[in-house]
Design a protein around this ligand. Sequence first.
Ligand code: NDP
Length: 325
Amino acid sequence: MSEAAQKESTAEDIRDVVILGSGCSGLTAAIYAARSNLKPLVIEGHEPGGQLSVTTLVENFPGWPDGVQGPELVENMRKQAEKFGAELEMGHLVNADLNKAPIELDFGSKTVRTRTLIVASGASARWLGLPSEQALIGHGVSSCATCDGFFFSGKEICVIGGGDSAMEEAIFLTRFATKVYLIHRSAAFRASKIMLERAMAHPSIEFLTNTIVEEVLGVEEKEVRGIRIRNTATNEVREIGLSGFFLGIGHIPNAKFFAGQMDLDEDGYIVSKDNVFTTLQGKVIPGVFCAGDVQDRRYRQAITASGTGCMAALEVEKYLEEHGR
Ligand code: NDP
């Protein structure tokens, strides 16, 4: 079949709802939409399961008094969605036309048409990109202090970054770690004055500025045992022994495909109305909803992502009902 023929879809192919993203916001939306008999199609991108799939023990998701492994939690959500009739497919969005009714989503080999869309494509933590860092994710390297801080009770750790996220993480992690090295590549900080001062005044936090990480040590042992750093002002290289390596260098929301078609803020997050409606020039876009971290730079928790996923699915139902479905 020619590509053009493959891309053609008939009226029967039009979906009631497509959910972009299979993290906890997308899967919660899928559970609700599937239970309402809307047969949602969930598109899994390059990180199936979202950020939970790279976390270890989740101890703050209500209902799990002994904690649950992140991958297990998200796998359970997926099973629950499938049980009620959600379909999951791998796909990488090439183009989207939100002006069309139905909405058209181009996945390269296939075009999907849908009456409503929930953008739940999440945000990806920014990493340094060092091979040693990538190899040790989940083994002492983490991008989520709230999720993983507890495992470093009585240990020494470091936080990378010079913005509010890094300050917040460093201060939070002093609850567990005996010492926190705050490692920042520049001399000046982006963090707000109050957060910076609070972190600087903390007796357990040591600041190392003009400092870059050359390697996270412990790849062979499969457990972080230290870092090799270089002072860019003096070129001095040294090693520090520690057990935890936390990134606080920001997140990248996965919304760039919608630039120009929906309001995004200066960092690329969807500017949502009531945490669930998308807008263009301040006006709500009919049938296009959002959920989870792609529109949330503030809370970024599994439970808040699930909450907005639920809200988006309920809005989809309401929208379809109002439009005669
Ligand atoms: P920011 O963009 O503010 O800061 C990112 C930091 O990471 C910068 O210091 C930057 O260094 C550093 N960085 C970026 N890339 C690299 C890299 N490849 N290697 C080393 N360092 C790197 O991001 P945040 O996540 O801190 O904050 C985002 C927004 O969220 C801000 O508006 C912030 O105020 C807000 N926020 C507010 C909080 C609160 O009020 N409680 C808590 C957390 C965030 P450099 O400066 O050299 O570029």
